[in-house]
Structures are given as structure tokens and as C-alpha cells.
Design a protein around this ligand. Structure first.
Ligand code: C2O
Length: 461
């Protein structure tokens, strides 16, 4: 089947112009046969045609006129630019909105078609960086003479001495509750925050491109990071349990975004066009389970309601490099909390409001709920609720962020041991260097205005 596609593309390569690819886009994909397989970069050597092709494409795209929509910098600008006078369709990336997964899927898809063209390899597919399995920056991206390299990264990540902490690459229990979320928007924002945001900061470090939304998509590793985030969307759905795309939310299903194809022609899409990567976009990820088929208009089985349990104002000094502890008394809500914690249909979420840093901190914070005084913070403990990392929203100039953590397990531990105090505490961290977790060296403090504990209740629609 692979050979069929190659043959098809070779014969039709020249005639498959904008007109053919425009209105009959989906016919073309059906004709194209089996999906492209996005490989795990960890399985590729530096001389693999995929990485050679990527390098060839980067050079070719950089050489295009700056006004060509397929130019490397133009494409990065579609994500976000540092420019005060952005070009058409620039600064479009969706962060801390309901469109994070969908917009980035569309963006990668059209970008991949452009790279495929300029790679000279009709079978080119974007590799993913499975950081959970390999937390070092993939070796071919660390070769100084390569187009896959940039000096604009944390020097330890670029030297190979540095790696991502396990807290930052986790998306399942025990270290992360991302995949425990049954509703799309909660799972999406949990994944966006960590691993997504925190890995941006880990790779970019104090001043590197990946730390800055305005520069991130200039780094060739950006797209492999995002391919993995996109793969997580598939993997989350594959967990089942009623997990579903928000196919009945018409605000979500009808949102239109513009991109450019490999011929420079404008292409528009809505989330309904991209629910099923293999069937609609003709790609899948090496090793992923069967993709779950979704369609717009379907009513998800779960309905979610949120009620505030407790509001906690934050003290004045912002969160910095030192341990930061906010006392929380549960005394007034204890009976209610005990009820909630014994109901399998209810969860308690911790929300941090008004989160803002003056610039990308280049550090992340382990967040705990209920960690007893004098007990050392360990991400393996039940009091660990997740990693705080800022990217885009939450950085001055991009608005304040709202961050959520699942505090159910931590509060259960507090209540079961007869406690009525659930301090929220923060410990700044850097990356791992030569096997050692470094403390954080934040380039900026983080202000939080208040915390709120929410009860999430789910019921069948
Ligand atoms: Cu829109 Cu990881 O960035």
C-alpha cells in the first residue's frame, strides 16, 4: 500500500496542484491509500531519510522569500511572532482556550504538507518526540552543524547532559492525573499545562526560543514536541470510559481557522474536519492504538457541573525560588468534603487564578496540597498534584492564566488521616542534569491572586 501511494504521488505529483487539492482535498486523501505514519524520532538515526528530509526542507524553506507563506519564519509566525506588525494569518496559536489541541493539529497538518514538499520525499511524515520514553533532546537535534540544531535552547539540553524530569513528561497516574480526566476540556488544559508548557520551559531554559511563545516555532524540535502532544489526544480518547471530543459544543465545532497548503493556497478548517487523524487527515502515529472514531453532532455521555467549595486568597509576595506555602483550613467544609470524596462521580479541582509572571520563568514548580509541615516534597507522594509551568497565557503581555490541578487524591489523604488543613505549597525545579534534579532558577517570580477548590460532578446525559 505504501508503494501504491508513492506511485500515485509520483504520477500525479505535478498535476496535484492547488485546484485538485482545493475542493477535492478529501477525495485526494481517500485515493492516497494508507495513512502516513508519523514515526517515533527515537527509532530514527541521524541519516534516516525522514531526518535528512526535514533538514533539506528547513534549508529550502528558509531560502524562500520572507513574504512566501511557506517560508520557515512565515510558518513560525502563523503560530506566533515577535513582530509588532504581524503578516496575514500570523499570531494565531490557541493557548488556554478550548482550541489548543484542535488548532495545533491543523497547524501541524498543513505545515507537514509544506515540509513534505520541500523535503523531496513524498513519504515524509513528521516524527514525534516521545519524551516520556526518552527525556533527552533527540541526538540529531544536538549536532551543531545540523539544520535541526539551534543554540537557542537550554545549554544542558543541547549538550545531552540535561533531560526532562519524570514529573514533566508524565500524563498518567501516579505522577499525573491528566488522563484521569473524563471531560475533554479538563484533559486538554491539564495536558497543555504539563507536559506541554513545562517542557517548553525545560527545553528553552532561561532565554531559549522554546520558552517564548513569540519564538518557539522557530526551533525545529517544536514540531516534534507538538506531534507528541497531538498523539496524546489520540491516546487520551483511546482510554475510553466515556472520553469524547466536544462534538456537541457548536462554538467548538464551527470555529474556522486558516492555514496554507504546500502550494501557498489558503485552506480553512473547523475542528469537525480533524476529529479523526487517519480518516480525515491521512496520518497516524507509529505504535498508537486504533484511533477512536468521533463525529460532530454526537452527544457525549457525560455532563459536568462545577461548584465552588472554598476560596483561598493568596498572600502578597509572589512565588519564587524558595518553598512557598499557603495555609488552607478545611474546618468549615469538612463534612461536605467528606461526602464529595466518598462519591466516585465527584472530584475536587484546585484552580489558581490570576497567574502571571513578568517573563518566561525558565523554571517550573511542583505543587502539593496537604503536604504536612516538615515532610519533604516528593512527587511520588499522594500530596503531589502536578507541575506548574507558564507559556503564553500567564506571561506579561499575554494575559493572566488560570491553572487547574486535580486535588482529589491529596485531599483524601488529608481527610483519611484525620487532618483539617490542606496547605498549597510550591517548590521550584529545573531540569535533570547528569541524573540530578536541579532546583529551579526562576527568571521571574509568579503572582497568584487566589486559589479556588471546585467540586466537579459528572452525570449521564
Ligand atoms: Cu502553541 Cu507549544 O505552542
Amino acid at each position: 500500500m505504501k508503494t501504491n501511494r508513492r506511485g500515485f504521488l509520483t504520477t500525479l505529483g505535478v498535476t496535484a496542484s492547488a485546484t485538485l487539492l482545493g475542493p477535492s482535498l478529501f477525495d485526494f486523501k481517500l485515493l492516497a491509500g494508507t495513512p502516513f505514519v508519523r514515526p517515533d524520532v527515537g527509532t530514527l538515526t541521524a541519516t534516516d531519510p525522514i531526518l535528512i528530509g526535514y533538514s533539506t526542507a528547513i534549508a529550502a524553506m528558509q531560502a524562500l522569500p520572507a513574504t512566501d507563506v511557506r517560508n520557515w519564519t512565515y510558518q513560525a509566525g502563523i503560530h506566533y511572532s515577535p513582530s509588532a506588525m504581524p503578516m496575514t494569518d500570523w499570531d494565531m496559536c490557541q493557548h488556554a482556550t478550548h482550541f489548543f489541541w484542535a488548532w495545533h493539529r491543523m497547524y501541524l497538518y498543513w505545515w507537514e504538507r509544506i515540509v513534505r514538499k520541500y523535503s523531496g520525499n513524498p513519504n515524509w511524515a513528521l516524527p514525534y518526540w516521545n519524551w516520556t520514553a526518552e527525556p533527552h533532546l533527540p541526538a540529531p537535534f544536538r549536532v551543531v552543524s545540523s539544520h535541526l540544531y539551534t543554540s537557542q535552547r537550554d545549554p544542558n539540553m543541547n549538550s545531552g547532559a540535561g533531560s526532562l524530569p519524570a514529573t514533566d513528561t508524565a500524563y498518567t497516574l501516579p505522577m499525573s492525573s491528566d488522563f484521569s480526566n473524563l471531560d475533554y476540556y479538563s484533559a486538554q488544559s491539564a495536558v497543555e499545562q504539563s507536559p506541554h508548557n513545562v517542557i517548553h520551559g525545560d527545553v528553552g531554559g532561561a532565554t531559549g526560543w522554546m520558552s517564548y511563545i513569540t519564538m518557539a516555532a522557530m526551533d525545529p524540535i517544536f514540531y516534534l514536541h507538538h506531534a507528541n502532544i497531538d498523539r496524546l489526544w489520540d491516546l487520551w480518547l483511546a482510554q475510553g470510559g466515556g472520553r469524547a471530543d466536544p462534538t456537541s459544543d457548536t462554538t467548538w465545532t464551527t470555529q474556522v481557522y486558516n492555514f496554507y497548503d504546500e502550494n501557498g493556497a489558503t485552506q480553512s478548517m473547523t475542528p469537525c474536519d480533524i476529529l479523526n487523524a487517519a480518516a480525515q487527515l491521512n496520518y497516524e502515529y507509529a505504535g498508537e492504538p486504533a484511533q477512536v472514531t468521533q463525529s460532530c453532532g454526537t452527544i457525549p455521555i457525560w455532563l459536568f457541573r462545577y461548584v465552588i467549595l472554598l476560596v483561598v486568597p493568596f498572600p502578597q509576595p509572589p512565588i519564587g525560588p524558595d518553598p512557598y506555602i499557603v495555609e488552607v483550613s478545611l474546618a468549615n467544609v469538612l463534612p461536605e468534603l467528606e461526602n464529595v470524596l466518598s462519591n466516585p462521580l465527584q472530584q475536587v479541582l484546585l484552580e489558581l487564578d490570576g497567574v502571571q509572571a513578568a517573563k518566561p520563568p525558565g523554571a517550573t514548580w511542583e505543587v502539593y496540597v496537604g503536604l504536612p509541615a516538615g515532610v519533604a516534597p516528593q512527587p511520588s507522594s499522594p500530596f503531589y498534584v502536578g507541575k506548574m509551568g507558564l507559556f503564553s497565557k500567564g506571561i506579561k503581555g499575554h494575559g493572566t492564566a488560570t491553572l487547574r490541578f486535580n486535588a482529589t487524591k491529596a485531599l483524601k489523604e488529608v481527610v483519611n488521616s484525620g487532618g483539617d488543613s490542606a496547605p498549597i505549597s510550591f517548590y521550584s525545579k529545573g531540569i535533570v542534569v547528569n541524573g540530578q534534579q536541579l532546583p529551579g532558577n526562576p527568571q521571574s517570580d509568579v503572582t497568584v491572586t487566589q486559589a479556588r477548590f471546585f467540586v466537579q460532578t459528572r452525570s449521564r446525559q
